[in-house]
Write a protein that binds this ligand. Structure first.
Ligand SMILES: [Mg+2]
Length: 447
């Protein structure tokens, strides 16, 4: 299955209400969408998201540039292609923007593979379950009053969820405890409750808060301290009975290995769009199995379902409704369990109407409609029907195509000038025989 082209576009999807956490004030979510076209009449779809959306431009540019290295390759060779891209980004770095791009491309490759083979990705990876418990993560924000927290927690129960996540990070830790107790009282002892501090605390604050929260019986205490403070996470993991969860801002297995070695996490949270795509998520999941550690995907609810369906130790999905508007299909729930889609590929396709509504920037042109789902244009490609060169010149370039150099204007004839004199030969100073050159002399040596 040969890769024939890569297209990208950006969309900015407004949220129904702003999201306030200890470190966020989010009004919309920006996405880079990537389409991997193949000669097998399938298009693989992948995406990444950015907070804030104004960072999309470099992310899209890197995705488009890196994607060009895939053109002409066999889309089934995901392992080899992952390594090819990994090697290519060595100079710019194995974290950050290059890894977001690599992740989105890898996601699209797995989607293309599944579609071509008529199989969901979780089957290609080795299936282990048909449904997975999901926790509702789209609420219980820091900005909610205590009454609003209680009402929202109850509404999640009404929707059938048996697990949910609140946010921590009030200036006084006593207030966080009070809010957690209010939710626990409202939902009862059997509902799973997680709490996320979004990296907002220092170790001492987190320790006092964590100890005071033990009676609330949290499933986990997430990112209590800055993500880079591995030692701080390890102190808390050793001191508290409540499991410590972290890893959403880590890249690749090389980011997760130090967390495991330092015993800094009881739950690992790879983010599909950052860790290195489906390929690398599986590696982190398998590495965690060697330490009997669970993994729970961070965001990317729709495609992450395939990972939950393929990894025995990945048995809890974060359900965030942010990206639901991007897709034609929606996650199906049954009593708090999310069904692992059996549709080919990742199981969720971009909703073309939504893309049209939320598209941003001039780069969106030509990328919105995946080739596999729009009327074939192959006829136009036939030689005898090829457009006249004049019309071709007017055609707009594809979104992700590298800008073509302008055709050179006809240069005015050069005035005849006298031939330039030949450059003088460079005169090199010859070292006198037996004399040490200055750059080899020791300080003690006489000049
Ligand atoms: Mg988090």
């Amino acid at each position: 299955m040969k890769i024939t082209g890569i297209r990208t576009m950006t969309v900015d999807v407004p949220l129904e209400e702003p999201v306030i956490t200890a470190i966020h004030d989010i009004r919309s979510i920006g996405y880079v969408l990537v389409f991997v076209d193949t000669d097998a009449d399938v298009t693989g779809e992948g995406h990444l998201f950015s907070l804030p959306a104004r960072h999309l431009a470099p992310l899209e540019a890197m995705t488009a540039v890196l994607g060009q290295s895939l053109v002409g390759e066999d889309a089934h060779r995901v392992e080899g292609l992952w390594h090819k891209l990994w090697t290519e980004v060595n100079f710019v770095g194995h974290k950050g923007v290059p890894l977001f791009a690599l992740s989105a491309l890898d996601m699209a490759l797995w989607d293309a593979r599944g579609k071509a083979l008529g199989q969901p990705v979780h089957r290609l990876l080795g299936s282990c379950r048909d449904a997975v418990p999901a926790y509702h993560s789209g609420g219980l924000w820091l900005s909610r009053s205590e009454d609003e927290l209680v009402a929202e927690a109850k509404s999640f129960l009404k929707q059938g969820f048996r697990a949910m996540k609140m946010r921590l990070g009030k200036p006084r830790w006593q207030e966080d405890v009070q809010r957690a107790e209010a939710i626990r009282d409202a939902i009862g002892p059997d509902i799973r409750l997680m709490a996320d501090a979004n990296q907002s605390l220092d170790v001492r604050h987190a320790l006092r808060l964590g100890r005071a929260l033990e009676p609330v019986n949290l499933d986990w205490f997430e990112e209590p301290v800055p993500a880079y403070d591995v030692a701080g996470h390890a102190v808390l993991a050793a001191a508290l009975d409540t499991p410590i969860a972290t890893g959403e801002t880590e890249y690749t297995r090389y980011g997760f290995r130090p967390l495991i070695e330092a015993k800094a996490a009881d739950v690992l949270m790879p983010d599909l769009g950052r860790v290195g795509g489906v390929t690398e998520f599986m590696r982190v999941g398998h590495m965690a199995q060697a330490w009997d550690l669970p993994v729970s995907p961070h965001l990317y609810s729709e495609p992450s379902l395939q990972l939950c369906g393929a990894l025995q130790n990945c048995d809890l999905l974060e359900y965030m409704p942010w990206s639901a508007r991007l897709f034609s299909e929606q996650i199906e729930f049954d009593e708090g369990q999310a069904r692992i889609p059996d549709r080919p590929g990742l199981g969720f396709s971009f909703d073309l109407d939504a893309l049209e509504r939320y598209r941003t920037g001039p780069a969106a042109e030509g990328a919105a409609k995946p080739a596999a789902r729009r009327p074939a244009r192959r006829a136009a490609a036939k030689k005898d029907e090829a457009p006249a060169p004049k019309a071709e010149a007017k055609a707009k370039p594809k979104a992700s195509a590298a800008p073509k150099a302008k055709p050179a204007a006809k240069a005015p004839p050069k005035p005849k000038a006298a031939p330039e004199p030949a450059p003088e030969p460079v005169r090199r100073r010859r070292r006198e025989p037996g004399k040490t050159p200055w750059y080899l002399r020791r300080e003690t040596e006489e000049a």
